[in-house]
Design a protein around this ligand. Structure first.
Ligand code: 5GP
Length: 181
C-alpha cells in the first residue's frame, strides 16, 4: 500500500495535490442523497457512522436525505497513526439495530477489512437490512469482497486526507480530499 512517512513530519497541506475538490464532493453527496432517498422511500433509515473518519461525510449526507432517519456511531480503528493498516480492527459501540434498516457510512474502503468486521458484528443484531455507503473506495488488488452499494468515488491506491480523513489525527478539517504521498 501507500508509502509511509513519520507522523511528526511537517506537511504544508496547501501544497499537496487536490484529488477531489469540495465542489465535486458536494455534487456527489447530493447525488448519493437523492439515490438513497429514492431507494428507501417509505422506510426509516438507521445510519451508523464509522468514527472518526466519516463524521463530516455523514453530516453532509443526512442533510441531503428526504426520508426519516436516525443517526448513531461506532468507533473502528486499525491504522494507529500509520499509513498502512495494522491488520487488527477494534470496534466500540452500544448499538441496538434489531429489526431496523441499517446503512453503515464509512469514509474510505481500502482492503475492506474494517467493513468485514463491522458487517459481521452488526449482522449479529439481526437488522432487517444492512447496506454500506462509502465516500471513497480504493482500487487495489486482493480486496476483501464486501458489497458496498453506494460509493462516492473510486480512487487509486494513494494515501488521502481531508473531509474527515486524517493522518495521525491531523488534516480532518481540510475541506477537500488531498493526497499525502
Ligand atoms: P480497510 O480496513 O478497508 O483496509 O481500511 C479502512 C479504514 O482505514 C478507513 O476507515 C480509514 O480509517 C483508514 N484508511 C484507509 N485508507 C486510508 C487513506 O488513504 N487515508 C486515510 N486517512 N485513512 C485511510
Amino acid at each position: 500500500m501507500s508509502s509511509a512517512s513519520s507522523p511528526e513530519e511537517i506537511i504544508n497541506i496547501n501544497s499537496q495535490e487536490v484529488l477531489i475538490s469540495r465542489g465535486q464532493i458536494n455534487q456527489r453527496v447530493e447525488e448519493l442523497g437523492r439515490q438513497i432517498s429514492a431507494d428507501y422511500q417509505g422506510r426509516e433509515l438507521h445510519l451508523v457512522g464509522v468514527l472518526n473518519g466519516a463524521f463530516i461525510f455523514l453530516a453532509d449526507l443526512v442533510r441531503q436525505l428526504s426520508i426519516p432517519c436516525q443517526i448513531c456511531f461506532l468507533q473502528a480503528s486499525s491504522y494507529k497513526d500509520k499509513k498502512v493498516s495494522s491488520g487488527e480492527v477494534t470496534l466500540m459501540h452500544n448499538l441496538d439495530l434489531s429489526g431496523k434498516d441499517v446503512m453503515v457510512v464509512e469514509d474510505i474502503v481500502d482492503t475492506g477489512l474494517t467493513l468485514k468486521y463491522i458487517l459481521e458484528d452488526l449482522q449479529q443484531q439481526k437488522p432487517t437490512s444492512i447496506e454500506i455507503c462509502a465516500l471513497l473506495s480504493k482500487n487495489i488488488p486482493d480486496k476483501i469482497p464486501v458489497e458496498v452499494k453506494y460509493v462516492g468515488f473510486e480512487i487509486e491506491d494513494r494515501f488521502v486526507v481531508g473531509y474527515g480523513l486524517d493522518y495521525a489525527e491531523k488534516y480532518r478539517e481540510v475541506p477537500h480530499i488531498a493526497c499525502l504521498d
